[in-house]
Structures are given as C-alpha cells and as structure tokens.
Write a protein that binds this ligand. Sequence first.
Ligand code: FDA
Length: 393
Amino acid sequence: MIETDILVIGAGAAGLMCAAIAGQRGRRVMLVDHNEAPGAKILISGGGRCNFTNLDIQPDRFLSANAHFAKSALARYKATDFIALIERHGIAYHEKTLGQLFCDGSAKQIVAMLMKEAKAGNVDCRFSVKVEDIQKPDRFLISTSQGPITADAVVLACGGLSIPKLGASDFAYRTAKRFGMKLIEPRPGLVPLTAGPADIDWMRSITGTALPCIASTGKRRFPEAMLFTHKGVSGPAILQISSYLPPSGGSITMDWLAGSGDGREWLLDAKRDRPKTSLKTLLAERLPARLATLLVEKFVEDGKLADLSDKKLLALADRLQAWPFAPDGTEGFAKAEVTLGGIDTDALSSKTMEAKKIPGLYAIGEAVDVTGWLGGYNFQWAWSSGWVAGMSA
Ligand code: FDA
C-alpha cells in the first residue's frame, strides 16, 4: 500500500500547480494521471504557445452559478504571480491581443516549468495511473490501476469533459456526487455552434471564410473574429458567446460591420456617390468576397445601387449589423475548449477549495463550476485554484 500526505489526481494545469505548491510547503505529495505524460491540454493550448493568463483578469469574466466564488482565489494568486513565476524561469512571452499572454517559444516550456516546480517540492509524479475509486473509511483510500494508495488529503484536479481524447473523464463529478456534493449540469463551453436546416447549406458553402464581427446575445457582446465552418460558425467571437447561450439553444446576432454602426450611411452614401457600382462590389469592399457573393446570390437582389430602393438598402444595412442566427446546437465536448458547470461551488470553501463537509477533499480547476472567458482566463483559474488548495492541503 502506497502512503502519502496528499494525493493530487490529474497532472493538468491545476493539479501541477497544486502539487508543486503543497510539496514546496514540505507536504508529502503524490501526483497521478492516467495519461502517459503531464499537461496534455497545456501542450496544445494557444496553438502550441499556451495563452497562460490575461493582463485583465476580472471576476466578472468567469461564469459560475455563484458569481462571487472565484474572487478569493483569483485575488490570492494573481496573473502577476504567474507572470513572476514565468519570468523566474526565464520564459519569454508576449501580449498577443486583448491582454492575452502567450509564450514566445512553446507551451512545452510551461509544462517543463511546472514539472521543475514539482521537483523542487519533491512531488512523486506517476503517469499511466488511472484512479478508479475513492473511499474514506478513516484516511482516504484510493483504488488505482496500479494498486491502492492512502492519503490524508485528496485533490480532485481531473478536469471536465472537454476533449475526451486528451484524457478528460467524469471522475471528479462521480467522486463529488459520491461524497454528497451537488453538480451543476456540465455542458460544452467555448464551443463552435452548429447550424440547422435553415442555415447549414449557405454557411457550409463559405467554409473557411473569416471576418471581424461582434457576436451578441442579450447584453453580452464579443467583438472578435468569426469563422464559417462546414458545420456552422466558430472563431473567438462565437466561442465566447457560446458560453452565454442557454442549454436550450438560444440565439445570437452577428454584426458583420464590427460595431462601426454606419451601415445605413455607408449604403445610402454609396448609392448617391457611386450609383453605377453593383451591390456585390460594394459589399466586397467591407466583407470577404465569398460572403458578399453569397449575400447577393441568396439573400438580397444584386444590381446597380441606383436601381435598388432605399428601403431595401436600409433593411440590408440593419441585417448586416445584426444578422440573426439560432444555432441548432454545438459541436459538443469533442470540440469544446472548456466545460461549463461542474462541482457546485456551494460545496467548497472559496478560500481553500476544500469540501465544506468532507475535510481533506479538495476540488480545483475545470472540475469546479467556474469557467472563464477565452483568452487565458481558464488557465488563470487553474493556477489560482491550484495554488490556494496547495497552500491549504
Ligand atoms: P485538465 O483537463 O488540464 O487536467 C485534468 C487531468 O486529469 C488530465 O491530465 C486527465 O488525464 C487527468 N484525469 C482525468 N481523470 C483521471 C483519472 N480517473 N485518473 C487519473 N487521471 C485522470 N485555457 C486558457 O486559459 N488558455 C488557452 O490558450 C487555452 N487553450 C485551450 C485549447 C484547447 C484545445 C482546449 C481543449 C482547452 C484550452 N484551454 C485554454 C482551457 C484549459 O486547457 C483548461 O481550462 C485547463 O487545462 C483546465 O485545467 P485542469 O487542470 O483543471 O484540467
């Protein structure tokens, strides 16, 4: 029987941070993962450069049934703390856009840094170890594919359901439920949206076309790029807005003039100044050519601007600035960057991430019902929640 003070389950962002910190405090820590190597999601994140945090971390950029829960951990371990760690390890980085920080080199540097930190805490890291069950007769008794382990504390750092092929499992949820904690129904977040019969053909016909856009639902607006896909729509603006759609589907609008608000003037002024220009030519001045062509083939009559009524042009302008789309669904966990929902934060201390009713049991990272925006927010939650648990366990 292997014995340890703390067993951290999951060598992703949250688990690596937690294990390193607890180990550096002098606790005996074992970190296990059923993958063969640590940090699978870190390695593929940010196109291989890992968008590891954001300069503009604010609690209202995290979704949770309890909007206040994330505040404490985010305030105790800030983006600046992680940046300081990166700098101590000599990892070069840059801001790409909207406060998003990426490695200049490779995401491998982040995993290597976290493994070095774990080593500095004498963490016993073991891979290809699948945790199967946890009992708590007295200490925690953990069954794994490599035999039983006992521990005083267990940290559920085994993530959510997104990207099953990278090792995602429902183990954290099953365990939380077994110990009497509630779940907020997990569902895909930061996920491409799929089109139903009304839209699929035209969207598919311009697959690969990208443009700046403002995606909105209710009062939420995300100005970023969007992309047409063979299943519907994707790109940062769409991924962001997807997290705010209700499980029943909901609807969004897409402003293809990217918030300029000048669509009506643009079309009417052009009609006055350049009456012989065709609508298609004009649209292609501000929209990708394939989208402009599709619009005049499918949605509006083409012709010289002089021959089109003001009414038609005004209706078109309004539509370009709020193109309605009711998705049929999403591309699901196979394509979702994160899982919305998870272990109900009511069951956890926001200061330590320890279960209120089961001393010694912790849950951190994506397993918990805290989901950030696109742009480094989810890693920051993993670092912050991992750090506070590592300081407490
Ligand atoms: P994570 O899922 O990373 O780790 C959980 C670990 O537990 C896994 O290694 C898994 O193998 C292991 N495990 C599960 N069940 C187990 C069991 N029963 N026994 C043993 N081990 C088990 N975020 C961001 O801020 N910036 C970015 O650039 C990106 N980019 C990005 C790209 C893509 C393609 C995806 C899918 C996601 C992102 N994200 C992101 C989101 C980010 O990757 C995610 O929020 C964190 O990795 C979550 O970290 P966790 O440690 O909580 O879970």
